[in-house]
Design a protein around this ligand. Sequence first.
Ligand code: SAH
Length: 352
Amino acid sequence: MNNKALIDKLNTEKHLSKDEWMTLFDTWDEDDRKYAASIAKTIAQRIYGNKIYIRGIVEFSNICRNDCYYCGIRRSNTDVSRYCLTEDEILGCCDEGYGLGFRTFVLQSGEHILKPEQVADVVKKIKKAHPDCAVTLSLGEEEYETYKLWREAGADRYLLRHETANEAHYKKLHPENMSWQHRMDCLKNLKKLGYQTGAGIMVGSPYQTNECLADDMRFFESFKPEMIGIGPFLPHKDTPFKDEPKGSYELTLFLLSLCRILLPSVLLPATTALGTIHLKGREEGVLAGANVIMPNLSPTAVRKKYMLYDNKICTGDESAQCRGCLERRMKAIGYEIEISRGDHNDKICDIR
Ligand code: SAH
């Protein structure tokens, strides 16, 4: 079967075998990528029209207990000036975001900064101030009871990239005290608690093979995340992976399209890392099937301190500038920003 036939098969059956995925990743070319993008774009438009959902990210702290080899805010990086926003500052970012049309706030940080109760308190206050908004958390791995507390406080969604569905690969990206099984268990717990759950990977992370990518696609097929975060790996100068090559832009676009074809209604952002690796990354991400963008709502004063990788874009901007810039960028390719919570809804995927 040639690659276009494999992509067609994925579209009709929503499944490929591990061998078929590996064949596709071993042999794809630009033509195949464009073919997948055109199918993915059509699916996204059928489900979401020309509307793009926006989420405002508040990167409220860069303090982290973990030491992931790829990440710029890892514990061992002593060159980072650590910060944690106060509750009032976080709420202030959300208020500003609300005025700019955001109806989803994503709270992201390193791990284990605030007590679980403090996070629950912030979530409750955001929901009280803005009852028409969704709150997404992206605070890493926690125990079931903590996720439950946050869910009961009103959190709607949770982003926790699985990073890789291949356990041996996971071990090459993380120190020994971190466990692939625990991360996978966290994802299952999040789903069980009724969060709209996001998994995802970095494309081209060190030691990633086509077999890893096949495992990732098969994981997406079985886990059916409501959201998938995919961006290229980008090195950070103060990490063990500083000399590793960045991920492939084209492969990232190809994977976005394959995810859209596999899970038609998935919420799929054109990520900041994709916008960092290429000037038109977010536009091309949308044209490859993405339907979400997540501009930064953090105070400008701390943005440069939340550097997961080198040269991250938009770190000098005000939130309003980012909002305006994205609106223009999306208009230029025929899309409109939608002002709504933008929930996942798999019923709409039946509309043909
Ligand atoms: N601590 C939280 C969230 C912060 S990191 C957590 O672990 O879930 C958010 C995501 O950024 C990570 O899941 C990872 O996939 C991505 N990331 C980290 N370092 C990166 C790098 N060097 N290049 C590209 N993406 C990176």
